[in-house]
Design a protein around this ligand. Structure first.
Ligand code: PBG
Length: 323
């Protein structure tokens, strides 16, 4: 059966028909809002390259999370900007994250609180772990640092810890560290497939985590690879990850689809800072319709296979969807 009998336009004639046959539906419950925590009170440092995003002290962070929660966003993920940085990033387990987690859970027990686990915001050199003399990251020396941070966040009440450092073996190490401390109920969302991407630029300004020399290509993945994504995903599942993530989202929709086919475990995608920044910039110039473009991007990420999406647009998108 073909034209003129078969006419796909018949099902596009009206919004009720389009809605009936819609294959992908976005819901506020699909979103996780990333938040940047700093110590102190009443502190709000806007991030110039990410309009609408700011580093927030814990009191204001709770208000921001409450606004998201009230809009239907079920979860936040926390990044910390410490007062002190050192070669091993020891503020990771000290401040500001444990207090931020506790404040959020005290204020909103049913808000899901995820804590990103990585050393780059806490090290004075900006790399994601402890360095060797030659300036490369020492994988196995970094694992105990990650384990210690994950334990501190879980103890503070985080529902989920999310390692984003790309060290080999960190999921197994963190799982064991949690289990040995009686924190067996804390879930691990692994940034299993994380590329060395240009789209993290605005985040690094927001988190003060740009490497002071070199780049992250020695530990993050080459954007040209998808078979390697399968390998990373399988390894992390084997090590005990409860959920996997692909990051960034837009240049890697095929990778999201590939990992979706590989596992039945929940899959997340991170609609990263650079993706947010370019859309905001175009919208501010009147070059793109912000609401339609944002929802189209989020729909595309979900259609590719993500169960949930980390996005700086979470609260706005949730409000648009409920309007
Ligand atoms: C690492 C981390 C990064 C992001 C999340 N976790 C940056 C990096 O690897 O340099 C990026 C998120 C974004 O760009 O929105 N701690």
């Amino acid at each position: 059966m073909s034209f003129p009998t078969d006419r796909p336009r018949r099902l596009r004639r009206s919004e009720p028909l389009r809605a009936l046959v819609r294959e992908t539906r976005l819901d506020p419950g699909d979103f996780v809002l990333p938040l940047f925590a700093v110590s102190g009170k009443g502190v709000k440092n806007p991030v110039p390259s990410m309009p609408g995003v700011a580093q927030l002290s814990v009191d204001l962070l709770v208000e921001e999370a409450r606004a998201a929660f009230n809009a239907g966003v079920p979860a936040v993920i926390l990044f910390g900007i410490p007062q002190k940085k050192d070669p091993i990033g020891s503020s990771a387990w000290i401040e500001p994250i444990p207090a931020a987690v506790k404040a959020l859970k005290d204020a909103m027990p049913s808000l899901l609180v995820m804590a990103d686990v990585c050393m780059c915001e806490y090290t004075d050199h900006g790399h994601c772990g402890e360095l060797r003399a030659d300036g490369t990251v020492d994988n196995d020396k970094t694992l105990p640092l990650l384990g210690r941070a994950a334990r501190a966040y879980a103890e503070a009440g985080a529902d989920v810890v999310a390692p984003s450092d790309m060290m080999d073996g960190r999921v197994a190490f963190i799982r064991r560290a949690l289990d040995e401390s009686g924190l067996g109920d804390t879930a691990i969302l692994s940034y299993a497939v994380k590329y060395a991407s240009a789209f993290y630029g605005p985040f690094r300004a927001a988190a003060g985590s740009a490497p002071s020399f070199g780049d992250r290509k020695g530990y993050q993945m080459d954007p040209a690879n998808v078979r390697e994504a399968r390998r990373e995903a399988l390894l992390d599942l084997d090590e005990g990850a409860d959920m996997l993530m692909v990051k960034p989202a837009l240049p890697f929709l095929d990778v999201i689809a590939e990992v979706r086919r590989l596992t039945d475990r929940p899959l997340a995608a991170y609609n990263v800072s650079g993706e947010y920044a370019m859309l905001k910039a175009a919208a501010q110039n009147g070059w793109l319709e912000e609401r339609r473009a944002t929802l189209e991007i989020l729909t595309g990420i979900k259609r590719a296979g993500a169960d949930f999406i980390l996005s700086y647009s979470a609260t706005e998108a949730a409000r648009w969807l409920s309007a």
